[in-house]
Design a protein around this ligand. Structure first.
Ligand SMILES: [Zn+2]
Length: 364
């Protein structure tokens, strides 16, 4: 899922995003709640209508941003009081108010309100945090069940089929234009494998149509992330979507997909693009480097995206060096294309019964 924090996947208009072909994007409750406000988005047709996006949207609960962005937060049983990172104003999020915000934003998939346990955390703190997340999950579900609704949106004139062959991807016209909102649960438990198992089992007891693994990519080493994902996955039902929050590099998303993860989100492709870091079949390219100043080759000769089909590395390097806004747009189009192409090869491998793996540069 490309990340569209403020109801925009930064640097790319919606019609081009549709063409690149993500089936769903992620948006951030915390940011939209602060600006422009949930009520404004709701009145303007929810996220689908407001941002003119005719495919599914998932919203996070706001919990992660409260814990990572805001100052002076205070966590109690009832919820979290925090200060806005924009103007210092005081706000309160609870499982109920997070559900209310996400329902109002018109998201298709809504995330339970959880506490993202910091890393490192001792055994007692990790358990207390996990227990709080479980109580909040039950409260999230209760409020959600009483208030959920059907999200409807209009077909957008520019909607078109994604380019290329996309195994398992819906064709234009097959996208549903209405769907009942769904609530996913989130497994916590820090880096403690026994707590992860307990959190998974007790979250399943509460019962959700999909499960996320949260509380990772919080500064722990990558081998530990992998270990926790593997240990948590085996306790989550394989016939429900399993969503790993906040990862990863192109190599990592293939690896996690091979382990059984169905959904991921990451700001990396879009954020790196804006900093001139580009993912290609030949490895990473930092386009600002002087070595590309006279390079007439496309960014990635194996990439079918409109940027690689049209422009040279020299031109992209020039745009970046001159701080032209087009640099961010073109770099974003390429990086997202590369990520979604990577996931297409993963789907293709799975549909053929193969284990997805990341092709090394030499094999591509
Ligand atoms: Zn490209």
């Amino acid at each position: 899922m490309p990340v569209g924090t403020l109801a925009t996947v930064k640097g790319i208009p919606q019609d081009l995003l549709e063409e690149i072909g993500p089936e769903i994007i992620l948006s951030n409750t915390y940011h939209l709640y602060l600006r422009p406000g949930v009520e404004t988005v709701r009145r303007l047709g929810g996220l689908h209508g407001f941002m003119s996006w005719p495919r599914p949207v998932l919203t996070d609960s706001g919990g992660f941003q409260v814990f990572s962005l805001s100052d002076l937060r205070k966590v109690r049983e009832e919820g979290v009081t925090f200060r806005s990172h924009l103007d210092g104003s005081s706000h309160f999020f609870s499982p109920e108010s997070s559900m209310e915000a996400q329902i109002g934003l018109g998201a298709d998939i809504i995330m339970a309100f959880d506490e993202c346990t910091e890393h490192p955390a001792d055994a007692r703190r990790t358990r207390e945090s996990m227990e709080l997340t479980l109580r909040w999950a039950a409260r999230s579900k209760k409020f959600f069940e009483e208030h959920k609704r059907e999200v409807q949106w209009k077909e957008v004139a520019s909607s078109q089929s994604p380019v290329g062959s996309n195994p398992g991807l819906l064709a234009a016209g097959d996208w549903p234009l209405a769907a009942e909102q769904q609530l996913f649960g989130i497994v916590q438990g820090g880096m403690d494998l026994a707590l992860r198992k307990e959190s998974a089992e007790r979250t399943i007891e509460i019962g959700f149509p999909g499960y996320a693994i949260g509380g990772l990519s919080v500064g722990e080493p990558r081998h530990l992330t992998r270990e926790v994902v593997e240990a948590t996955l085996e306790h989550l039902p394989a016939d429900k979507p399993r969503y790993l929050m906040g990862v990863g590099t192109p190599e990592e998303i293939v690896e996690y997909a091979a382990m059984g993860i169905d959904m991921m989100d990451c700001v990396l492709p879009t954020r790196a693009a804006r900093h001139g870091l580009l993912f290609t079949s030949e490895g990473r390219i930092s386009i600002k480097q002087a070595r590309y100043a006279q390079d007439e080759a496309p960014l990635d000769p194996k990439c079918p995206c409109r940027v690689c089909q049209r422009y040279s590395r020299a031109y992209l390097r020039h745009l970046y060096a001159a701080n032209e806004v087009l640099a961010q747009v073109l770099n974003t189009i390429h990086n997202l294309s590369f990520y979604l192409d990577t996931m297409r090869t993963v789907r293709q491998a799975i549909s053929l019964g193969d284990t997805p793996r990341f092709p090394h540069a030499a094999e591509r």
